[in-house]
Design a protein around this ligand. Structure first.
Ligand code: S3P
Length: 436
């Protein structure tokens, strides 16, 4: 089992470029595969999650050149050109792959089984099974919560029904699964959510010529269209940049420039949260590259203070909870995070995982069913901590090590860190490269 040993030390300085956005990389492969013609993707994330999505499409007969690298050429087979895979589709740790593929594959004339690793097999799929079943799809998991593996049975092509789905949760995975099934359905399919979740699917579909109508919190597609092949530049993942943003904000003397980061407004909650906490963040050269806005982000050290986080602000930083916990623990005063119950069913139970690991380094926390309060400003004590098999917990605890006092340990030891490879290959080396 691999681990990271990190000692506290000098400021973070220089320039970095983080790997490609995970959400956008998944969608580039999925939609490129369903397009008519050849799509080129650059800046693709070579993490295991997005590579597993690419492998799944290769297994369904899509020719993808450049597998394992950042530049892919995808020979799209059209909406009706996928072939039945030989064997199950193993999606590893990736919830996004499983939920979006459940939608996309539920209107096919062939059946298949979607499976994953021990962590993914503990994540509920009922949230997508329910609306897909209402569309006439035959998707089943285990038990009431439809746990993986998910079995998808064939349907007669073009027979799914368009529905108007009122989603009880704001979830891009649910929204995207239903919209992708909607491409194969009769008439219109719409999804209404309680708050606007990330909108990469909508932006990319539009970029490929699909008529996507947005009316407030409702998004609608009409079945029977076609997807035009396109070239995609995948921007750097703001969720990966977030570890470096917080690292620079809490390490005295830091001045770090993170180039080419996606700044889609449904994802920039981390910038707003850190600014509310008094971080010094400058957005440089904002520009639009294809369907997504991009910019360079400069972060300089500044003393942080505690704040309250909930509602839409939380949703726009949903994957950043573990690293926001570290910012909060380094800030003066209390930070309270609410409306975060979804975190109980992420790659780990992130509320429980962060509460237990913060306690190990001497940070006083209180856990709520839907969040946590963190008493900041106390020195962190280096300790042996655990990732809970969760990439974002592993990277967050590594960042805490940058400012931890030694105590009995010779630096912070973060155990079980292979999981970092799902979203951020090269994380540890990049961190070392910008340390004084
Ligand atoms: C994602 C949506 C979010 C996010 C996940 C990626 C996506 O999940 O947490 O990491 O790419 O659609 P939910 O839709 O379950 O909130």
């Amino acid at each position: 089992m691999s681990s990271i040993n990190i000692k506290s030390g000098g400021p973070l300085k220089g320039e970095i470029r983080v790997p490609g956005d995970k959400s956008i990389s998944h969608r580039a492969v999925m939609l490129g595969s369903l397009a008519d013609g050849v799509s080129r993707v650059s800046g693709f994330l070579t993490g295991e999650d997005s590579v597993n999505t690419a492998r799944a499409f290769a297994k369904m007969g899509v020719e993808i050149d450049g597998m394992g690298g950042t530049e892919l050429t995808i020979k799209g087979v059209g909406l009706d050109g996928l072939k039945a895979p030989a064997g199950d589709l193993d999606l590893g740790n990736s919830g996004t792959s499983m939920r979006l593929l459940a939608g996309l594959l539920s209107g096919q004339g062939f059946g298949c089984t979607l499976t994953g690793d021990e962590y993914l097999c503990k994540r509920p799929m009922a949230r997508v099974v329910k609306p897909l079943t209402a569309m006439g799809a035959k998707v089943t998991g285990n038990g009431e919560r439809s746990m993986p593996p998910l079995k998808i049975e064939p349907v007669i092509k073009g027979t799914l029904n368009g529905i108007s789905y009122q989603s009880p949760i704001a979830s891009a995975q649910v929204k995207s699964a239903v919209l992708l099934a909607g491409l194969y359905a009769k008439g219109r399919t719409s999804v209404t959510e309680p708050m606007k979740s990330r909108d990469h699917t909508e932006r990319m579909l539009r970029h490929m010529g699909v008529d996507v109508v947005e009316d407030g919190l409702t998004v609608t597609v009409t079945g029977g269209g076609r997807l035009k092949a396109s070239d995609f530049m995948v921007p750097g993942d703001i969720s990966s940049a977030a570890f470096f943003m917080v690292a620079a904000a809490i390490t005295p003397g830091s001045d770090l420039l993170i180039r080419d980061v996606g700044i889609n407004p449904t994802r920039t909650g981390i910038i707003d949260i850190l600014r509310l906490m008094n971080a010094a963040i400058t957005i440089e050269e904002p520009r639009t590259d294809g369907p997504e806005p991009v910019a360079d982000i400069r972060v300089e050290y500044s003393g942080l203070r505690g704040i309250e986080i909930g509602g839409e602000l939380f949703l726009r930083a949903i994957d950043e909870f573990p690293i926001v916990c570290i910012a909060a623990a380094a800030a003066e005063g209390e930070t309270v995070i609410r409306d975060a119950a979804e975190l109980r069913v992420k790659e780990s139970d992130r509320i429980a995982a962060m509460a237990s690991e913060l306690a190990k380094i001497g940070v006083p926390v209180k856990e709520f069913p839907d969040g946590m309060s963190i008493e900041g400003g106390m020195a962190f004590r280096a300790a042996r901590v655990d990732s809970h098999g969760d990439h974002r917990v592993a990277m967050s605890m590594t960042v805490a090590g940058l400012v931890a006092e030694d105590g009995d340990e010779d630096g912070m030891v973060v155990e079980d860190t292979e999981c970092i490879g799902t979203s951020f290959p090269g994380f540890e080396g990049m961190l070392e490269s910008v340390r004084g």
